[in-house]
Design a binder for this molecule. Structure first.
Ligand code: GFB
Length: 314
């Protein structure tokens, strides 16, 4: 990729998109373009087509998505399937029409069957029923990665996809109703410490296993794939390491310095029991993560403390 190429990062204010912009800039890319949600509604097909016609990006990173944790996914399935499907249909078709040189589509590890063999390989896609708490989001993301695959197959477009594991880091969502587990834990333990509360309440049983990747590592992997991968099949992005939610909670508790107890609210869902990615393909392409989970949690907590926390909570 030419360092002066015009690269459109869709979703540049989010957890992933903002990290991709940081990574592209750090690697010397000079012409990165983006639009805020109010400047360009990606569900509006005419607006998206106009934007591509005017700006003519050469590369596209599609990191814009309607995302959330287990509770948001379960409560608002219509929003998750509609908004994500609309965004990816519009951006992928516009990229094709305007002969974009390469597009990277970002999905999620929840695209795989609930009881997929572990660790989950790329080839396990569509081999069994999905986890019900995030079926709507998963169906949209499967459709997006298939769209990239079929545009490549039919037209030869260089459209690739990657499926990251659970991500965390700066610009995460700290709203307790809609967030993922890691920012929720950081906020809950931090609030409890400040308030001198005797316990925090976490969701589920604590027994599910999850894999976590620091978002700057994820962004680095995305740029690496843009520069080095043009295969038809999507690529898993993760660490290949997993941890129970209980052990994760212990690390966050220690990082924050909360000394009270943890209560588990088993009325809230656990979600899929295990979701560990097989990252052999990514390793074979030549990429591996740098930030350990403990270090990443420390970095996210430092970032959180430096923000206007009240604003982040809404
Ligand atoms: O991160 P999370 O919301 O989503 O939850 P998923 C992971 C696990 O943490 C679940 C538990 O077992 C939760 O029950 N957990 C414990 C909590 N306490 C909390 C809490 O306070 N907040 C939250 N949010 N969880 C999402 C999918 O699944 O993963 C999306 O819904 C997406 O589609 C994303 O794929 C990466 O890992 O279960």
């Amino acid at each position: 990729m030419d360092k002066n190429a015009k690269i459109y990062v869709a979703g540049h204010r989010g957890l992933v998109g903002s990290a991709i912009v940081r990574s592209l800039e750090a690697k010397g890319y000079t012409d990165i373009i983006f639009r805020t949600h109010s400047e360009l509604d990606l569900t509006d097909q005419a607006a998206v087509f106009d934007f591509f016609e005017t700006e003519k990006p050469e590369y596209v990173v599609l990191a814009a998505a309607h995302v959330g944790g287990i509770n948001a996914n379960q409560t608002y399935p219509a929003d998750f399937i509609y908004i994500n499907s609309a965004i990816q249909c519009n951006v992928i078709k516009a990229a094709h029409d305007h002969k974009v040189k390469k597009l990277l589509f970002l999905g999620s590890s929840c695209i795989y069957p609930k009881f997929a063999p572990q660790p989950i390989s790329e080839s396990d896609l569509l081999t069994g029923p999905l986890e019900s708490t995030n079926e709507a989001y998963a169906i949209a993301k499967i459709s997006g990665l298939m769209m990239c695959r079929f545009f490549k197959k039919q037209y030869g477009d260089d459209f690739i996809s990657c499926m990251p594991t659970n991500l965390y880091g700066p610009n995460d969502n700290f709203n307790l109703e809609t967030s993922h587990v890691l920012p929720a834990l950081i906020r809950k333990f931090d609030d409890a410490k400040e308030a001198g509360a005797p316990f925090v309440e976490l969701w589920g049983t604590g027994s599910p296993l999850r894999e976590f990747l620091y978002v700057d590592d994820m962004a680095d992997a995305c740029v690496y794939l843009l520069e080095n991968y043009s295969g038809e099949e999507h690529v898993n992005i993760g660490t290949g390491k997993e941890i129970t939610i209980k052990d994760l909670a212990q690390i966050v508790k220690e990082t924050v310095g909360f000394e009270g107890e943890i209560h588990w609210n088993t009325d809230m869902p656990d979600g899929t029991p295990r979701k560990l990615l097989n990252v052999d393909k990514l390793h074979n392409i030549g990429w591996k993560e740098k930030v350990s989970l403990r270090e990443g949690i420390r970095l996210e907590y430092e970032w959180y403390k430096a923000q206007d926390r009240e604003q982040l909570k809404v």
